[in-house]
Design a protein around this ligand. Sequence first.
Ligand code: BGC
Length: 819
Amino acid sequence: MTDPAGPPSDLDERIDRAIATLTLERKIRLVSGADGFSLHGDEGIGLDKIVLSDGPTGVRGHVVVGGREGCLLPNASLLAQTWDRDAVAEAGAVLVDEAAAQQTHVVLGPTINLHRSPLGGRLFEAFSEDPMLTGHLAAAYVGALQERGIGASVKHFLGNESETERTTVDVRMSPKTLREVYLAPFEVAIEDANPWTVMAAYNDVNGYPSTEQHELLTEILRDEWRYDGVVVSDWYATTTAAQSANAGLDLVMPGPETPWTRGLLDAVRAGEVTEKTVDEHVRRLLRLAHRVGAFPERRSWPSDLPDPAGPRRREQLSRLAASGMVVLKNDGDTLPLRPGNPITLVGRHASDPIAQGGGSAQVRAPHVVSVVDGLRSRLGSANVTFADGVETRRTLPTARPALVRDPETGEHGIRVRVFDDAGRLTHSRHLDVAELEDSQNEWLAGAARIELSATLDVPGPMPVQLGTRGPGNWHLATAGHEEDYRVDYHPGPGGGFFRPKSHAATVRVVPGQLVTATVERDELPRILGFVVSEAARSSAPAIADAAAAATGRAVAVVVVGFTTDQETEGEDKRTLALPGDQDALVTAVAAAADRTVVVVNAATPVLMPWIDDVDAVLFTGLPGQEAGDAVAAALLGDVLPEGRLVTTFPRRNKQGPAWNTAPRNGVLEYVDGCFIGYRGWHADGAEPAFWFGHGLGYATWEYLSGCVSGTDETGVTEVDVTLRNSGRRPGRETVQVYLNPDRAGEPIRLIGWARADVAPGEAAAVRVHCDPRFQRRWDEETRSWIPLRHGVIVIARGLGDVRVTIPVSARTDADHVES
Ligand code: BGC
């Protein structure tokens, strides 16, 4: 990392010369976005435009909908469940190619907020509840991108652990909690991998907006941590000019109009901001431009990139997803499934899995493999009987392009026609998806009315739920059905852009039937699209059919899960119960089949009231485009599902150290302090449904010995463990090392982990390197770190399965314990 206080380099001099030639106006132009996802170039100083795109589970590109089809990776918490830096780095390398395919210099990820309350809507985008695991995986992710010349952005700095009132909430925490828990993953990522950008969050922290936090952005980030990258605001998060510019924010997004384009020039002229401060922002921006190949030389982009839907990516993405899946329960070795035995597969998520979460992270995947297809292609169609399950969704999604055709060309997709105020047709075009974003397309400028039309590509006469998605005054017409209606925005800034509401009615349609929907011009940017979904069915017959299909079967596999209404940006969950009547479905199938395996297709904890009635549970996360193939590979053991949980699962709603995400009078107190997740469960002596770190895999493990083999003045540096795979299958063990300090008020915490692949019957020696940054406490009085050197080292497979404990003190050099 370049030391900002070090001697000037050639680059620094070049940047100084460039800045010296810029007028104040040109400088200010550079530090606001040019549009949604790119920055201004400046030919005069040899600066190319820098292009950004959302991550973290794919590179969506510069448009929100209808952009390039690109790889949809397993979601962040599923990747984190591998506890494998190499797996995360492999995902990062895929993102580099995806960025290159779209000539994108910076990927806006990883999200390294923590899983505080399990209700948090955006947990699927973030790695875990643990600051150390999160920080280390973030460093692997950032390193993989940046060593290949693509910038990363660690986000959201700081305290964006939930989504309720997300643009206004004031998150309050003590300095100790701030340092030890929420800053910690950022500190590790910055110290170990120096992300070239950091994204300032929407929320306030301790009374100040994240974009105006002098303490966070300047005193801690720059002065203490010596960070030399760019701090970019979350989209529309900045509301001031002078305060944010002086606090240490460098770049305001999106453009072209921002509080800085409107107010920064005047603020400098009024003496509220010095030109030197603006120069510092430009300096960091030019440093970023240099790093990503936009200043002074232009980078070249490769053209021989792997096809997102090609065999190489399919193998990689399926393997990455399957290896992070967690075997939560496996009585009587029900898993892996034995090929050759016919199975009954049940559940809406089996035919329509949730492959990704909702919001800005969404990617247009080339395909999503269903579990039905994944299992049939591995087991043979005749061996897999499928029974649909119960309804799960609240908001109907945009129609799949395969269900609609352009009435003019007959191609899959829709026709969009644009009319002006006088009712004249100004534009007509085909889209190969069933939705568009109305502010993004020049051909929509001046539209008074937008018309979407399509013919339905349904297999036969049938009832469907037919309607539209997106806010506005709509008129929908098709044979036998005509309707005028209004769809509202969500309350709050942006109107819930990324998760528009939908409206639909059940209509009987025939193949080839024409549907036309028109919507009037509206104020805010919107996503507009067609809805064509299967007609809703009541639960009772669906459950009865599924139970009948499972009756007498040796094995039934029920796939259940959350929906994109729940795993989404912009909104928190209110319950961890599965939506619809999925619990009743599981119970009915479990009563009918000899053995029942439940596949939970969710990223975050789910309540499992049926847990004692079923034989096995596989927790799959949101597996990305190869979803069903990865689930099948994990169920059959073709890829070992050796994931370990990254979040503690409560047994009931409202259990655990942090539950509520609804601010009171605009304030959300982090009441759990440093006792986030498993730390709080442990301190309370409570037993969750499943601990952070839990995961059975398909092997069993004996821990033969454990010892502290290295200490220094910072604490324990190394722990050595000998273990044996006592099972009948190969396995990959994750050895977790925790420190339980013997000081009051100090929670147990993960300080290191290591993985080992071990064949059945074999023993292995595993060395765990421990991180001193998690063996210290922040002293609020002296504002300094103090090592925690007394306590107990706990070697565990999640805190519900502790294998070795070793007391440590300042004098401990090599404590050794045989278990
Ligand atoms: C999200 C960011 C994202 C940005 C740009 C915001 O709504 O919070 O994570 O990078 O949009 O799409």
